[in-house]
Design a binder for this molecule. Structure first.
Ligand SMILES: [Mg+2]
Length: 297
């Protein structure tokens, strides 16, 4: 036995599924179902304007939209308070099956892992360039261990003062490393070295699901580190060109319609990936146990 010590417990029995939100769990951007409806804003025009300003004035697109939702005269006149944003979340339209998917898949992993005599914890995370105040009001919030999204600092009267946290395509990857190292809080340093064995959720126990180009950095980080990435497209349509490109360029392992009902292609793929991760976990646990006994001496 290693240094005469009792073997430590095998730790890598947590699986993380990380979701983009807009176009992955919800049909449209969260602002479209909520803010734009309430303020009668044309979504296409709004995002076109953001892209133009970002180009003309060298803005980061995410900072540009977050600032516009504070400083545009319409929002100065009728500010988007935190409460207002959270209450609007009930208007979000999800893809089919999203609301029942989480209890279903949690139960699935419990059944599968007990067959293999291993205890597996499945955790869900959202990593979004959308707005945290809206996501705080979604009905499915209770299923997530952590939700990462853009945040405002608010004045005492609840009106937004300035941007506190902006998450764009590339900074999204920071959160995969937070999940990997178990340093979920923003004040925790993630650059400090941590051995692979000490990391809370190895990338090979991680699945990333997204819908578009903004997910490429996360898909790449997941796949290159031995994890899994999946892209979804609107559930009623043929595979979108965007999705096919992600697949052909090897950004993702699978593509599927965004139908989260049990028995759908997407859920069947996820079940296969989860089973594979669990089986590999059993093998890793056995290797780990032998290492504890035979590695030294
Ligand atoms: Mg998206």
């Amino acid at each position: 036995m290693r240094n005469g010590q009792e073997p430590q417990k095998f730790q890598h029995n947590i699986i993380a599924i990380c979701y983009d939100f807009d176009g992955t769990l919800s049909r449209r951007s969260m602002q479209e179902d909520t803010i734009f409806q309430e303020y009668r804003i044309d979504s296409e025009q709004f995002w076109k304007g953001i892209n133009q300003t970002a180009k003309d004035e060298g803005y980061d697109k995410v900072l540009c939209y977050l600032n516009r939702l504070i400083f545009d005269p319409r929002f100065q006149k009728e500010p988007l308070t935190e409460t207002k944003l959270t209450n609007m979340a009930r208007k979000i339209q999800y893809y089919p099956g999203v609301e029942n998917f989480f209890p279903y898949i949690n139960e699935f992993i419990q059944k599968e892992s007990s067959k293999l005599n291993i205890k597996v914890n499945l955790e869900h995370y959202i990593i979004s360039s959308g707005m945290k105040a809206i996501l705080n009001g979604v009905a499915i919030k209770k299923y997530f261990k952590e939700i990462y999204a853009c945040e405002y600092e608010y004045n005492k009267d609840g009106t937004p003062k300035c941007v506190k946290m902006a998450i764009n395509d590339t900074t999204k990857t920071q959160f995969l490393f937070r999940i990997n190292k178990g340093k979920l809080r923003l004040d925790q340093d993630i650059n400090e070295h941590m051995d692979e064995e000490e990391r809370r959720i190895p990338f090979f126990n991680m699945i990333y699901i997204g819908d578009g180009d903004s997910d490429i950095p996360c898909m790449t980080v997941a796949c290159k580190n031995g994890g899994y990435a999946l892209a979804v497209y609107p559930s009623e349509e043929k595979a979108s060109e965007k999705c096919l490109q992600l697949f052909r360029n090897k950004r993702v392992n699978h593509i599927a319609p965004a139908d989260f009902n049990s028995g759908s292609t997407l859920v069947q793929i996820l079940e296969t990936v989860l089973k594979t991760i669990t089986q590999n976990m059993v093998l890793r646990r056995s290797m780990y146990d032998q290492k504890q006994v035979y590695a030294d001496g």
